[in-house]
Design a protein around this ligand. Sequence first.
Ligand SMILES: [Zn+2]
Length: 284
Amino acid sequence: MPELPEVETIRRDLKEKIIDKQIEDVIVDISKVIKKPSLEEFIAKTKDKKIKEIARRGKYIIIQLDSGDKLIVHLGMTGLLIYPYNENSEEISEGKIKAKHNHLVFTFTDDTQLVFNDVRRFGKIFLVSNIDGVESIAKLGIEPLEDYFTEEVFIQVLSKKKNSKIKSFLMKQEFITGLGNIYANEVLYRSNIHPLRLISSLNKTEVQNLYQQIKLVLSDAVKLRGSTVADEAYRDTDGEKGKFAKKLKVYARKGEPCIKCGHSIEVIRIKGRSSFICPQCQKL
Ligand SMILES: [Zn+2]
């Protein structure tokens, strides 16, 4: 599932590639992918519009049109934005991009295409005049890569949820936005913190380490264009894999030795998600 580094990679790609392009034609394959407004209104309000800017909030990509409207894309589990989409896209992505899963196709006036492809169909697309018109965006918390996310701010946010378990807290988008299962696992392992620890039990050094690792892991992952782990779906706008997967130290390494102590990595289930831990380095 794409998290902040993957979504940020797509944002940067699109910013380089589609600014000032004008939408000539809109094809929606499955209308349920468009959550807001109606399909007719969506097509009427995107056709002939130009792309002005590409922003990101949490795991949402925000494409600003010259009309002032914002086209918002949440990739869900397997959503992809491919540009330029063409007959080579399936081959480049090693078969991950199949035309039958293209649910939204924008054709620009220069005849190039931007495609939203989504196998599992958990992706969501909105067109709104104000991003807070999407309820889940209005509730999002702090952007961890922004300068305003300081250690002091982190301590303040943690203090609001002292009785929460740290991993669940990190994955809730209303406090800090952008971390999902992969990066929550990584930052906790690198900080030697067990995912089920209560926030109130963390000492000053642990909080400091965790803060630093959130910044470091996310920014390193952005530099390597996100993580495509094993056969996961994530691809960038060219259909290429993210290269941070080989830098992952704990995620998806069940049974392999801990890099720090040699103990084998174990998996525990927390709220239905796999948590990879070293039981020796991350004690409860
Ligand atoms: Zn270890």
